[in-house]
Design a protein around this ligand. Structure first.
Ligand code: SF4
Length: 228
């Protein structure tokens, strides 16, 4: 049996309106996720149909998505974005009737965490916030030595599992992730129980906007020669 090639939406060769995921008469290239995985699509829809609360969550997310656009004043058929992500988060949490929000943040973004917390409080939410160094567990616990630390002496490890467990204990309705490192974010997501959204991801060089590396020619060196 010929092995299926991997799902390959990111390298889809067709313009967006001509894709099968956008139009009934659209085209499906090799590696098309819509064509290769009808059963998974059906079971995803079944998961929503079978769970009223999950369906409500998905429905409100779709409504919030729409609320983030307005008709363009220049072209009635076009839409323009009108809300920053923080506003989108606030409105979505309000739609869902969430009262208590959790905030898991990186110590390096403590100023942003404080400012975000103040904004959320001003919108009437209760906030539980936990920084990544919570618990002050030295990196030696991970089997790391002085040469593996950024600074000499006691250096607390990031503790994303503790962040998750504390926010679970706090019974948060919805959890916001702010600037956790690559890998620490994975552990946090593995252990946290409430639904999570990301406020921002960490990029130490690029102002927490990693996509800037794709927009700037200075980062051409990131790309090796490959056949795509
Ligand atoms: S689902 Fe198919 S048509 Fe749509 S982006 Fe993926 S590969 Fe392209």
């Amino acid at each position: 049996m010929k092995e299926k090639c991997a799902a390959n939406c990111a390298l889809c060769p067709y313009p967006e309106p001509e894709r099968i995921c956008r139009s009934e008469t659209g085209k499906a290239p090799e590696g098309c996720s819509t064509a290769l995985y009808p059963a998974e699509n059906e079971s995803a829809c079944a998961a929503l149909r079978d769970d009223r609360e999950l369906m409500r969550f998905a429905r409100e997310a779709a409504l919030q998505e729409k609320a983030c656009y307005a008709p363009s004043p220049y072209d009635g058929n076009a839409r323009q974005p009108v809300k920053p992500r923080i506003m989108e988060i606030i409105e979505f949490a309000q739609r869902m009737g969430y009262r208590k929000l959790g905030l898991a943040f990186c110590l390096g973004l403590r100023t942003e965490a404080r400012d975000l917390c103040r904004i959320l409080l001003s919108h009437g939410f209760e906030i539980a916030s936990v920084c990544c160094k919570v618990g002050r567990v030295d990196k030696s616990f991970l089997g790391l030595g002085a040469e593996d630390k950024i600074f000499p002496g006691l250096e607390p490890m990031c503790n994303p599992i503790a962040q998750a467990k504390i926010l679970n204990e706090e019974n948060c309705d919805f959890v916001l992730m702010l600037g956790l490192c690559v890998g620490h974010d994975s552990l946090f997501l593995k252990y946290v129980e409430a639904p999570v959204t990301v406020v921002a991801v960490k990029d130490r060089l690029l102002g927490h906007a990693p996509l800037n590396a794709l927009y700037s020619g200075y980062y051409r060196f990131l790309k090796k020669e490959v056949d795509t």
